[in-house]
Design a protein around this ligand. Structure first.
Ligand code: MN3
Length: 193
């Protein structure tokens, strides 16, 4: 019995153009994200993990191949939800929290870009909320995510090359600049709680 399924994209594959192309989104979702789902289902089939949620699987196997595939599924779903073709503005509450930590939206953009472009090799850049309710921007390597550090993810940018190579070649900075234009602030607000 296989239990983990690929969640539907929250928008059409061409919806983020011209920022992120339909070709990138289709490869990223239909090939990369789907492959993590297929591999994980193969690995957990016939084990006690086959009835577990992704979160439970990540706790059960906090490193190694099973973790990597489970976390990549979780991270990618969170990434699709982090973007929207109808990018608006952060709510007042969010805007105040951002200003308290980063000085201004410009300060947030510049810190996020610094962390996302500075992550060496494959990984992710996260906006998180810590236990005291404060915001921070942290990188993670490969499939890792901040759940293991008891941080609440609010937003994520995929900085693996497959996220931007078709559209921006090796220019991660340009991709991150684009990502900042399609942030789903309603999703961030929902995660802020
Ligand atoms: Mn990816």
């Amino acid at each position: 019995m296989t239990q983990i399924t690929l969640p539907p994209l929250p928008y059409d594959h061409y919806a983020l153009e011209p920022h992120i192309s339909s070709e990138t989104l289709q490869f990223h979702y239909n090939k990369h994200h789907q492959t993590y789902v297929n591999k994980l289902n193969d690995m957990i089939s016939g084990t006690k993990m086959e009835t577990m949620s992704l979160e439970e699987i990540m706790k059960e196997e906090p490193s190694g191949k099973v973790f990597n595939n489970a976390a990549q599924i979780w991270n990618h779903t969170f990434y699709w939800d982090s973007m929207t073709p109808d990018a608006g503005q952060p709510s007042q509450e969010l805007s105040d929290a951002i200003s308290a930590k980063f000085g201004s939206m410009e300060g947030f953009n510049s810190k996020f870009a610094e962390v996302a472009t500075g992550q060496f090799g494959s990984g992710w850049a996260w906006l998180v909320k810590d236990a005291s309710g404060g915001l921070d921007i942290v990188p993670s390597s490969n499939a890792e995510n901040p759940l293991a550090d008891n941080l609440t993810p609010l937003l994520v940018c995929d900085v693996w090359e497959h996220a931007y190579y078709i559209d921006y070649r090796n220019d991660r900075g340009k991709y991150v600049e684009t990502f900042l234009k399609v942030i789903n602030w309603d999703f961030v607000q929902k995660n802020l709680g």
